[in-house]
Each structure stands twice: as structure tokens, then as C-alpha cells.
Design a protein around this ligand. Structure first.
Ligand SMILES: Nc1nc2c(ncn2[C@@H]2O[C@H](COP(=O)(O)OP(=O)(O)OP(=O)(O)O)[C@@H](O)[C@H]2O)c(=O)[nH]1
Length: 305
């Protein structure tokens, strides 16, 4: 079970994706969750394999819903074997929503997805979602929930209707409860075509602050020096980033004994960046001392402030 007792001030942020056979209602549900207030354009720069489908902005959380490459497309799901990228995405997001429509019998397609999902469910919680409840009776919804429960072990089960907006807020709460604590990653409002590097820098900053927030309050910034797909590779993005600190002592904290901490920072950031981009990344992290960068307008600009 998830912890619902945490304080109201806790802010969570992270990633989710929906899976389910074609027509299960994934896109409609994403739109219902995101709502109309925040219009989300699918930001899909070159490096991004799977687009961000929507961002749920809440006072207490930010939930970024990403595509699973290959899985959302009709046909590939039943016909072909899922590729490695799908498993990677499933293990990189914080929670997966498995959608099954209320008005169709659970079939081999659903069982196939469930069996594949079960392989990652130890790492990533899976929420079972019965969609389109407005199309059937209450009894049928109950039956479908029972049937779904048989298919695999779920972290939570919930019936929803995107059309009636029935329990969409409940689903939002459930998904958010599986996210780690973290700050708002995207600004409110529409996504522009610019923020990919901003978000990546923020993910690295978050990972760098993990556990040492008190020691490194605001004196840490991240700059993305260079980023792009590696030539000759189908699915690999190189990212060169610099973590800027103000003092030698802070540099030592970030790097840790024998570089151990920096490796952890890299691993933590990589997981979420891969979830965001939908491709493998090579993350080159350096720590530099930028003395008093907070007071230097030139440096501030370079760091995106
Ligand atoms: N009645 C009703 N219809 C719904 C609901 N959600 C989705 N639909 C309809 O179901 C159909 C499929 O919905 P999508 O959201 O496109 O399904 P999807 O899972 O994203 O489909 P793919 O992109 O093919 O994988 C559409 O015609 C939707 O209008 C719902 O809550 N109630």
C-alpha cells in the first residue's frame, strides 16, 4: 500500500504511462486527467522517442504522462513481441496504468500485456484501470474488476469513466501517491518546444540534491552543455552536463568518496531522463566550481536563470 499519511506540504513529481490494447481509452483518459486548463502539445523534438502526452498540474504534485514507444500503437501490441525499450520505459516510470475497457471481455491481448507487465511490477507499481464504466451497469463494472484482478497483481484497482469524469480524480490521487517527493518539473501552462533541456537539468539537479539538500541549499545549478543523438546509433542520446557549485567543499560533497556519490547522482538522473526521452542515454556529468555564479548575470544566463 502507498503512504497516504504524509504531510499536506509534500510535493511529488514523476512519470506515468498507460498501457492497454488499442481502443482501451488511454488517450481519452490522459486528456481527462490533464484537463482542458493546461493544453498540452506533444513536445517531440528529435531526441524524443516518445512524446509527453500530458502533464497533470496539481498543487501537491506534477504528474508527467509519457508514451510507451511501440505499445500505444495499434497492432504492434498483439502481433509483435515487445521490444526492450518498452520494458525500459516501464521500469523507468514511477507508475504504470493498465487500462481495460469495461465493455469488452478481458482477452488474450490483455493477458499478454499483463504477463509482460508482471515482469516489471516488482520495480514499478501497476495500477489496474477499468475504463469506460459509463457504457455498462454497475454489476458489470464489478465483474470486470474481479476479472482484472485475476490477471495479475496490482498495486491498486480503480474503475473510471473519462466521458463522465467518474473517478478521474481518484485515479489522479492514486497515481500521484506512487510518485517520489520532488519539485514541479515543468512550469504551469503550456509546454513550449524549449524545455526539454531545462527539464533534464532539473532532473539532474534533483538527483544531485538527494540526501544533501541541507548542505547544498541553493548553491547548485546544472547546465546542459551538449545533447544529441549519437551518430550510427538508433536509440542513444548523449548528454553532457555540468553541475555547478560555489565552493570546493560543495564539490567534494557532490562527488563523494572516490566519486561514489556522483555515480549515484548519474544513475538516479539517468532513470528519469530515459523515462522522459524514451531512449537510452549516455550521461556525462562533471562538477565545476563557478564562484558566486548566483551573483554573476552572465553565468546566470548560461545556466538558464
Ligand atoms: N463511452 C466512453 N467511451 C470512451 C471512454 N474513453 C474512451 N472512449 C472511446 O473509446 C475509443 C478509444 O479511445 P482512445 O482514448 O482513443 O483509446 P486508446 O487506448 O488511446 O486507443 P489507441 O490509441 O488505439 O491505443 C474512442 O472512441 C473514445 O471516444 C469513456 O470513458 N466512455
Amino acid at each position: 500500500m502507498v503512504d497516504v499519511s504524509s504531510s499536506a506540504e509534500t510535493h511529488r513529481s514523476g512519470f506515468a504511462c498507460f498501457v492497454g490494447r488499442p481502443n482501451a481509452g488511454k488517450s481519452t483518459l490522459t486528456n481527462a486527467l490533464v484537463g482542458t486548463k493546461v493544453a498540452i502539445t506533444s513536445s517531440k523534438p528529435q531526441t524524443t522517442r516518445h512524446a509527453i502526452r500530458g502533464i497533470v498540474h496539481r498543487p501537491d504534485a506534477q504528474l508527467i504522462i509519457v508514451d510507451t514507444p511501440g505499445v500505444h500503437r495499434p497492432r504492434t501490441l498483439l502481433g509483435e513481441r515487445l521490444n526492450d525499450l518498452v520494458y525500459e520505459t516501464w521500469s523507468e516510470v514511477d507508475v504504470v496504468g493498465f487500462c481495460v475497457p469495461a465493455d469488452e471481455k478481458i482477452g488474450p491481448g490483455d493477458r499478454y500485456i499483463a504477463a509482460e507487465l508482471a515482469k516489471v511490477s516488482e520495480r514499478t507499481p501497476v495500477v489496474g484501470i477499468v475504463t469506460k464504466t459509463d457504457l455498462v451497469s454497475k454489476d458489470q463494472v464489478a465483474e470486470q474488476l474481479l476479472a482484472l484482478q485475476e490477471v495479475m497483481e496490482f498495486a491498486d484497482l480503480v474503475p473510471v469513466s473519462a466521458v463522465d469524469e467518474y473517478q478521474v480524480d481518484v485515479l489522479s490521487d492514486l497515481l500521484v501517491q506512487h510518485l517520489p517527493e520532488g519539485p514541479q518539473l515543468y512550469p504551469d501552462g503550456e509546454i513550449t518546444d524549449e524545455p526539454e533541456t531545462t527539464l533534464i537539468a532539473e532532473l539532474i539537479r534533483e538527483a544531485a540534491l538527494e540526501g544533501v539538500r541541507d548542505e547544498l541549499p541553493h548553491s547548485l545549478a546544472v547546465g546542459i552543455e551538449e545533447m544529441g543523438p549519437r551518430e550510427g546509433y538508433d536509440n542513444l542520446v548523449d548528454i553532457y552536463a555540468v553541475i555547478y557549485v560555489e565552493r570546493r567543499s560543495q564539490k567534494a560533497i557532490v562527488i563523494g568518496r572516490g566519486g561514489e556519490r556522483l555515480r549515484e547522482v548519474g544513475a538516479g538522473a539517468r532513470k528519469h531522463i530515459q523515462a522522459l526521452l524514451g531512449s537510452r542515454i549516455y550521461l556525462d556529468l562533471h562538477v565545476k566550481i563557478a564562484k558566486d555564479w548566483q551573483r554573476d548575470p552572465k553565468q546566470m544566463q548560461r545556466l538558464g536563470f
